[in-house]
Design a binder for this molecule. Sequence first.
Ligand code: ADP
Ligand code: MG
Length: 265
Amino acid sequence: MLVIDNISKTFNRNTVNEKPLFSHLSLTIQQGEFVTIIGGNGAGKSTLLNIIAGALAADEGQIILEGRDITSQSEHERARYMGRVFQDPLLGTSPNMTIEENLSLAFNRAQNTALKWGLSPKMRKLFCETLAPLQLGLEKRLTTKVKFLSGGQRQALTLLMATLTKPKLLLLDEHCAALDPNTALQINQLTTNIINEYGITTLMVTHNMEDAIRMGNRLIMLHEGEIILDVRGIQKAQLTVGKLVALFKELQGREFAYDQALLAP
Ligand SMILES: Nc1ncnc2c1ncn2[C@@H]1O[C@H](COP(=O)(O)OP(=O)(O)O)[C@@H](O)[C@H]1O
Ligand SMILES: [Mg+2]
């Protein structure tokens, strides 16, 4: 279980650029939950993920994962048990390293000791078994430098690297937004498969409302740093893009009290 407890965050405090974003934001995510997160530009989606990953410190509040307060842990420490994939396919992998070297880095990152594993036949076998189901032929290209892969192939590899060691938490920040629609579809399918297979607790930010409705088992909408919609189960299943858009429009006129009737079938 992930508990985001009373998080507040203001950027550039006490300057002309002061930007209050989160004020006592709390959110509890159950073990194995797959949460999709939507919200307009600047809603705070990436900042929320950054605070969970330790890339940004909150001004106050705690992050508790599986009963442990990890608020003071560095991003590096959290990376041992948190997987992350960003929008930019260039960010998750090292271009001048081969596929197997990248996978090996990801594998070793999760090890809790200074003892790193070299590239052994056993590890290569594991990589091949992990890559083969993608049906991208990457298992036959273990020694190819990653810079020669397409954006979709790189993003698939990044996703595998982020989940290779079955992290406690997977954070996806619009990881399909830079891909063409067909490739995005494939990577989304791969995402669902991996999450379902391992049961990884996941937060997935997407600007694609259809994906947000179709994927995962809980949907959250952020607006100006507040959670204005949080649905699961039948309510989520009955959502439509039309209803979400209507909700967005409604928000422009009113403060944060959404009309339940909009969610009715
Ligand atoms: N490092 C930063 N310094 C100042 N303001 C920031 C910083 N990061 C984000 N913000 C501001 O916080 C708000 C939320 O940003 P972000 O979390 O990136 O939104 P989203 O991912 O939902 O588009 C925006 O108004 C953005 O300008
Ligand atoms: Mg963002």
